[in-house]
Design a protein around this ligand. Sequence first.
Ligand code: NAD
Length: 323
Amino acid sequence: MLFTSDIADRTWPPGSPRQASGGLALPSPARCCYLRPIMAEQATIIDGKALAQTVRGEVKTRAESFLAKHGRQPGLHVVLVGDDPASHVYVRNKEKAAAQCGIAGEVHRLPADTSMEVLLAKVAELNAAPGIDGILVQLPLPKHLDDQTVVDAVDPAKDVDGLHPVNAGLLVVGRPGLRPCTPSGCMRMLSSIGTDLKGKRAIVVGRSTLVGKPIALMLLAENATVTMAHSRTVDLAARVAECDIVVAAVGVPELIKGSWIKPGAVVIDVGINRLDDGRLVGDVEYATALPRASAITPVPGGVGPMTIAMLLSNTVDAAERRV
Ligand code: NAD
């Protein structure tokens, strides 16, 4: 599981002003390097870049001890089909990050007109290779290829994206498995500030297979009482206002208004939306949420940097489970 045990004692003392005002138990900003206090009464900003650095450091240490023990580095192979410029950037970033953490890797670049047969044969080849622990097929695939068929073809033990139905099922039944990277990153952010989820009201806005559904299940596994909201939810403002934890994974710029946020709530904003003027914003109206929340992730620099870090962590997890 992704929670660290080293934060258990990092809570506000009983009767502190934040607890008295109904806020969640949070660590003292002075004691937690991931917190950037702005003002005494304002939200703490959860620094995703700093936390991702820490996770990468942990991965590097684990990868080194894996090498020392098993005589090889953990291996992550990425399959990239076509010429989508954004996908090429994402894959280059993953390649660089893996190398920095002591993970051996290779990117298999296939032309845009690659057939399903050729792609499935490549996945089968990687499934069979003993030194490969993680396989990631960069999505979305070109239109003539079916994403789900390819995800289904990856060996679940090497599915470091955590998207295979076997891993999704393991999450549902609460058994160990490879978890999707962005949701894992969100949970790690919550644990990094010592958020006690037990009995808390949490809402996840967005029900995608990639983000919303797995986060909701992970929050449930930590004993939160979880509401899943989506495009048909009636009175979203009222549902958000009831909750101590708000996770936004919608893809609509600033959909969730600051005035909806319950005072003292923790806000995790997964959304990354580019506005016409070039600015990047989340799904939460950050400026107005900041004075109401007790902690909040910024966009950019929040959840985004955590995703690759958790991919690397999953790769070492997969390697350790396979030997
Ligand atoms: P998606 O389009 O697959 O799902 C969006 C969900 O939002 C759907 O379930 C839909 O029901 C819900 N929704 C849409 N409009 C709504 C509304 N008005 N009210 C309530 N719910 C509504 O998107 P996704 O893949 O889950 O991504 C969501 C956002 O997270 C996007 O901005 C995406 O770019 C971002 N994202 C970020 C990372 C990261 O690493 N930070 C990773 C994945 C996705």
